[in-house]
Design a protein around this ligand. Structure first.
Ligand code: PLP
Length: 426
């Protein structure tokens, strides 16, 4: 079994059929009859198994994964160390409910996150959830509770989840909100990167600054287009929050856990928020999220928040194994291979007339196109050629492979991506 995993992990792209193949087509037709039509399914990929950066579909085609289950399979698919930790935990304790009881792992993971995060005077305390959305919900509740205020500022282009609270903060595409109103009151959106829009547009005219509980921001915009802001933007948000007693919340659900070449994305900007939200890569694909707050703000009392399965022992085992791997070599690999990948894309794409920008940090890379039609065609054609990437923003493709990707795989991906861009531009 182990050698099968290794064989797939080191396998080159192999296309046995046109994509999607006949087995995938039939299975998709059958499955769609029973599944919620709200699911997106950006292209007809039907995965049978996966290892490292390689994914095998139902027809035996092997594809190179540069999206990692939407930036989540951080240690690569089915990393043997993660799988072993989970198997051992499943034989020991699957569930007892961390809201009501203690068990080994919960406190240890919270302690580990506290030690990994940027240093703050009193340290961090952590609430464990099942997802990014739930981490955002926890932050909405904690910041409201602690400040006694309910207004919040968020940014156009931001994505924070799809439950009613997190959806109220999400402003990346109207389709996520359409038909679901009214959402929670008191959320004010401004342009990402625009401090004046808060100072002049809100504080001077409609929103008293001392009635704002939190500013919620992605330190690098994910779903909204893989945009790295100026350092000054996050720094000025920090100063604004300090001046008005507002809590600064960084949603690092997509950008955190080593993806950008540092464990926490905020480390690139030398700005430390009051609350950090994590999920996705934290447990290599097991459902786990975290809402970390500076200890002095964790003032909510027993019973005010909880979760039946949040921080369950199996997900924690996966997270501990994931953190071992991230700390061991993968954050470094994300920085090194990420820089190589970005340069490779840059070299191959600069003269392409449909490409507007190549950007990003570590293995959170974005390629912006002139039109949405072009980014869509590139993403679909990459899939047909055996390379998995995803769209984001208005006309950007995000490249967010597992952090185990090698230089060789990055080179293959950059070559194939550039070829596809050339075909689409022709
Ligand atoms: N926050 C950010 C920045 C995200 O990118 C996402 C998901 O893409 C979420 C929150 C929601 O996370 P989840 O889908 O795990 O609920």
């Amino acid at each position: 079994m182990m050698s099968e995993v290794m064989d797939l992990a080191t396998h080159p792209i192999l296309l046995r059929t046109e994509l999607p193949g006949p087995l995938a087509k039939a299975a998709i037709e059958r499955d769609k009859q029973h599944m919620s039509p709200s699911l997106i399914h950006c292209y007809p990929l039907y995965v049978k198994k996966a290892a490292g950066c390689m994914v095998e579909d139902l027809d035996g085609n092997i594809l190179l994964d540069c999206q990692a289950g939407v930036a989540t399979a951080s240690t690569g698919h089915c990393h043997p160390a993660v799988a072993a930790a989970v198997k051992e935990q499943v034989d020991t304790l699957i569930h007892i409910c961390g809201t009501d009881f203690f068990y080994p792992g919960y406190g240890a993971l919270c302690d580990r996150l506290d030690r990994l995060a940027p240093k703050v005077d009193n340290g961090w305390q952590v609430f464990l959830s099942n997802s990014g959305t739930e981490s955002v919900e926890a932050a909405i509740k904690l910041t409201r509770y602690h400040t006694g205020r309910h207004h919040m500022i968020a940014f156009r282009g931001g994505f924070h989840g799809r439950s009613m609270g997190s959806l109220s903060l999400t402003a990346s595409k109207t389709k996520y909100r359409k038909g679901f109103g009214p959402l929670i009151p008191g959320i004010h959106h401004v342009e990402y990167g625009d401090i004046e829009a808060i100072e002049k547009g809100l504080f001077r005219s409609t929103l008293p600054a001392n009635e704002v509980a939190a500013i919620v921001v992605e330190p690098i915009l994910g779903e909204g287009g893989y945009i790295v802001p100026d350092k000054s933007f996050l720094l000025e948000l920090r100063e604004m929050c300090d001046e008005h007693g507002i809590l600064l919340v960084f949603d690092e659900v997509q950008a955190g856990m080593g993806r950008t070449g540092k464990m926490f994305a905020c480390e690139h900007f030398a700005v430390t928020p009051d609350v950090i939200l994590l999920a996705k890569g934290i447990a290599s694909g097991f459902p786990l999220g975290a809402m970390m707050a500076r200890k002095e703000f964790m003032t909510w009392p027993a019973g005010s928040h909880g979760s039946t399965c949040g921080g369950n022992p199996v997900c924690i085992a996966a997270a501990m194994a994931t953190l071992d791997l991230l700390e061991g070599s993968l954050v470094k690999n994300a920085a090194e291979v990420g820089a190589f990948f970005k340069n490779a894309l840059h070299d191959r794409l600069t003269s392409n007339p449909i490409v507007k920008d190549v950007r990003g940090l570590g293995l959170m890379l974005g390629v912006e196109f002139d039109t949405h039609e072009h980014s869509e065609r590139v993403a679909n054609r990459c899939y047909e050629r055996g390379l998995l990437v995803l769209e984001c923003g208005a006309s950007t493709i995000r490249i967010s492979p597992p952090l185990v990707i090698t230089r060789g795989q990055a080179q293959v991906a950059a070559d194939l991506f550039a070829q596809v861009c050339q075909e689409v531009a022709a």
